[in-house]
Design a protein. Sequence first.
Length: 183
Amino acid sequence: MDCSDDPISRSGRPERLPGVGATPFEQIVTEHGPVVLRVCRALLGPADADDAWSETFLAALRAYPELPPDANVEAWLVTIAHRKAVDIHRVRGRIPIPTDEIPERATARDVPGTWNHELWDALADLPFTQRAAVVHHHLAGLPYAQVAAILGNSTDAARRAAADGIARLRRTYPALASEGVPR
């Protein structure tokens, strides 16, 4: 039997398959997972963030072999996370919630921990495009050109959406002004 077709190397570990990037996917998850989770939490709130994070990396795992070697992996992952967040946001808007009493306003306060509920409420009140622009630029640290590509608009529109979102947050969440959030 010829062993040249065997994907297991002499060291006992599988060799890298053709077309798969030089960086193991596990390392990609370790390196970029926290940024993707912050983006998911900021776009969706803590209740749906874990599901969006998981769906992001499942989709990324399937597409990783075709990713060009010179691709910006973080921006690619944030784009996938954004699309997953949009999908979840749309689904949540269509699902009725059974209840005995209708609340004045729905909140995402059902998560334990040190989550800043007032900040989340202020962020959740932003229009989705403004929220996404603020999250992608100020939380994920992406430049406006990449934010624009994710949102499907121009760099100027992404910059304007982020600026409008920050301005509205400053009005509705006064603690931001005292913490020195970038203008």
